[in-house]
Design a protein around this ligand. Structure first.
Ligand code: FNR
Length: 382
């Protein structure tokens, strides 16, 4: 199977599975506990049907929209995800450049393998920094200051990760950061020489925004669970979020809001956007799917704050359903990560290109010429 044979996001997943050693593939693909929430995040879209209009004169359509004050060519965002150098030698560089080419938002994780400054120099496209709240307040303040100096467009504070979810695939494989070769996965590394040679001889794996803290602090590889459980502030609350918003002073989003009551509190502390997200099912297994929560959250705060639907998005029609349900945009991680692992920047470009085409085709078949025409009347809940 080649890149040209990939016609949907699942095809990239197949290719990524072939290319990556299993501990690395399972880090991307896996989720918490029984992975019920991860599966539900996508299947939730199937409970709702689109109602098309015909003969609507859709010769030319406009897929653009405004997200957090910047124009996006598509109602689609690339969610921040960690450790991208482990998936491909170009890491975040590949994803940021593909995002800029398509005019969509790129989110860089606190656990990125490129620095805030490198990403800022690389792309003039809309970009946000995803902040985890560390116990070390000086570290939080310095990350915020660096984002301000690098002129990031927004800060997204992830609020669903005060402890790590129980990611059993990672426990079994012994996945660490930086990835280490373990005896139990040796065969998998040996049978994927392209990845293995590139990992050993290619650009060095680093976490430039946190290296000093994560690596030098322990002097050894750590699991992601160790990072969450030792470095992050388990006591963070609404006061913490409000202080960070004030300290940042720019466009501010809360990532990981799942209830209407919390969405209301996000409005009260002055956030500009919320991401309805359960971290792609990697945290609390058994929590509702973002799409299942969209309607009640939109009823509570629609029009007062932007709503980004994050998780389970694999199709253009998933984005259209999100928009019709009241979201400003749909966002996702795995939708571009499998493609990054499969073929670097070319893979990410093909993945975004496929979703773009699906969005355009879906809009035409729905009989709408702009994303604003996707309203709740266009959905039927079964
Ligand atoms: C993530 N996600 C994530 N979120 C975040 O705020 N900071 C991070 O560092 C990461 N890292 C990360 C790594 C990997 C491999 C995945 C799959 C996800 C969550 C991410 O931003 C997003 O919420 C989910 O990916 C959404 O679910 P889908 O689109 O993957 O189904």
């Amino acid at each position: 199977m080649k890149l040209a044979d990939c016609h949907n996001i699942d095809d990239f997943r197949t290719l990524a599975k072939r290319r990556l050693p299993w501990p690395v593939f399972d880090y991307i693909d896996g989720a918490a506990d029984d992975e019920i929430t991860k599966a539900r995040n996508t299947s939730a879209f199937d409970e709702v049907d689109l109602v098309p209009d015909v003969l609507a004169g859709v010769g030319s359509i406009d897929t653009s929209c405004t997200i957090m004050g910047r124009t996006s060519a598509l109602p689609l965002m690339l969610s921040p995800t960690a450790l991208q150098r482990a998936f491909h030698r170009d890491g975040e560089r590949a994803v940021a450049q593909a995002a800029e080419k398509f005019g969509v938002w790129f989110g860089i994780s606190s656990l990125a393998t490129h620095s805030i400054e490198e990403i800022a120099a690389l792309t003039g496209g809309p970009k946000l920094f995803q902040l985890y709240v560390h116990k070390d307040e000086g570290l939080n303040a310095s990350l915020i200051q660096r984002c301000r100096e690098a002129k990031f467009d927004a800060l997204a504070l992830t609020v669903d990760t005060i402890v790590s979810g129980k990611r059993e695939r990672c426990l079994r494989s012994g996945f660490t950061t930086p990835p280490r070769f373990t005896a139990r996965a040796l065969w998998s590394y040996a049978t994927r020489p392209r990845w293995t040679l590139d990992y050993v001889f290619g650009p060095k794996f680093r976490l430039p925004n946190l290296d000093r803290h994560v690596q030098e602090g322990t002097g050894k590889a750590v699991s992601i669970q160790d990072y969450f459980n030792t470095m992050l502030d388990t006591k963070m609350d609404w006061g913490t979020a409000e202080r960070i918003r004030q300290d940042w002073g720019g466009t501010f989003a809360l990532k990981g809001v799942m209830s209407a009551a919390d969405a209301r509190r996000a409005v009260e502390i002055g956030a500009d956007a919320i991401w309805i997200s359960n971290h792609g099912g990697r945290q609390l297994d058994g929590s509702r799917a973002p799409f299942d929560q969209l309607r009640e959250i939109f009823d509570a705060v629609g029009g007062e704050i932007e709503i980004i639907l994050d998780g389970g998005v694999r199709r253009g029609t998933h984005a259209l359903k999100s928009l019709a349900g009241g979201a400003t945009a749909a966002s996702g991680g795995r939708l571009y990560l499998y493609a990054l692992a499969a073929a670097g920047q070319a893979g990410v470009e093909r993945a975004i290109g496929i979703l773009k085409e699906e969005i355009e085709r879906g809009m035409r078949l729905m009989g709408v010429t702009s994303v604003a025409q996707l309203t709740p009347e266009r959905l039927r809940w079964r």
